[in-house]
Design a protein around this ligand. Structure first.
Ligand SMILES: NC(=O)c1ccc[n+]([C@@H]2O[C@H](COP(=O)([O-])OP(=O)(O)OC[C@H]3O[C@@H](n4cnc5c(N)ncnc54)[C@H](OP(=O)(O)O)[C@@H]3O)[C@@H](O)[C@H]2O)c1
Length: 284
């Protein structure tokens, strides 16, 4: 894409992949906590006014189901009011807005895949704020893409998300315990980023989309698959989400399905690509 993209959250899991996917013709202005406090809406507005972007990609959120339950005001400000402002500014200045939503907008009561036509029914503050943002972005501006994504794997400058934590533990010889009753559709952030690029290049019409690799897995199945592909010797014990007490009610069976975009590759194929890249980095 030719032009300037304001990439909010350029150091995160999704932001890192988006940054890598944007071609050399794109000028990327990146933001993270190093140069922006996204909870300060005045600061966000100033950043937009100074940057004058052709597109804004919002990969900042107040993350963590329990964090949101414990700090609902902050969750509401970052996950709803901030995207609402981005949508208002999009109407005013005319930029395209790409905003990321989450599988957490669903409760999991359906116990099956969720497509775009399923009605969200969030059961925790994180999911509720993500759903409210889906609505305010869709209502607030015409030139929007709301991309709902499930549990991500892929490069990040931050580390510390589920798969990376488990691989680190496996490499240091620790036994792993992973819930086998939390079901998602694990998705490679690089594959999500290809959809972001297509959207910015005008290959997709505005709207809300589920963006997911094909297939579903329990977290146990997903982590076990990565450990196997990486050839690590680690015992991955089955656990339940109940073994990791939380304040929030957890959405348990929320794999996504694409009803609008052409199917992406299976998560196992995407995981094989990611693991091969990790092995190259590890060996270097
Ligand atoms: N990861 C997943 O499995 C997943 C699943 C479903 C949906 N999503 C959605 O995808 C989007 C991106 O998630 P992610 O996994 O990429 O998140 P992440 O890895 O935690 O990265 C968050 C990014 O936001 C920045 N950030 C956080 N708080 C900030 C603040 N107050 N001011 C400025 N920058 C701030 C972080 O900067 P620093 O590096 O400086 O902290 C980082 O760049 C979110 O909307 C999330 O809800 C993610």
């Amino acid at each position: 894409m030719r032009g300037k993209v304001l990439l909010l959250g350029d150091t995160g899991k999704v932001g890192t992949a988006v940054k890598a996917a944007l071609g050399p013709r794109t000028t990327v202005v990146g933001c993270s906590t190093r140069n922006l406090d996204a909870a300060d809406l005045g600061a966000v507005e100033r950043m937009i006014d100074e940057t004058r972007p052709d597109a804004v990609v919002n990969a900042i959120a107040y993350m963590g189901v329990d964090n949101c339950e414990k700090a609902p005001d902050m969750a509401f400000r970052m996950n709803v009011m901030m995207p609402k402002l981005l949508a208002q500014k999009s109407e005013q200045l005319g930029y395209q807005l790409i905003h990321f939503s989450s599988e957490s907008v669903f409760s999991g009561a359906k116990r099956d895949f969720h497509g775009e036509s399923d009605t969200p029914d969030p059961i925790n503050i994180y999911g509720l704020t993500k759903y409210m943002a889906d609505l305010v972005v869709q209502k607030g501006c015409e030139r929007h893409f709301v991309l709902r994504i499930p549990v991500q794997f892929g490069d990040s400058t931050k580390g510390g998300q589920l798969l990376e934590r488990m691989i680190e533990r496996a490499r240091s010889g620790e036994a792993l315990r992973v819930a086998d009753d939390v079901i998602t559709s694990p998705t490679y952030s690089d594959d999500v980023a290809t959809i972001v690029r297509a959207a910015l290049e005008g290959d997709i019409t505005y709207g809300l989309y589920h963006v997911t690799n094909t297939g579903s897995a329990s977290l146990h199945e997903f982590v076990s698959a990565a450990i196997e592909v990486l050839g690590l010797r680690a015992n991955v014990e089955r656990a339940s989400y109940k073994d990791f007490p939380m304040v929030a009610k957890l959405h348990l069976v929320t794999p996504l399905r694409q009803e609008k975009l052409p199917a992406m590759r299976h998560w196992r194929d995407a995981l094989a690509t990611y693991c091969a890249r990790m092995q190259l980095h590890h060996a270097a």
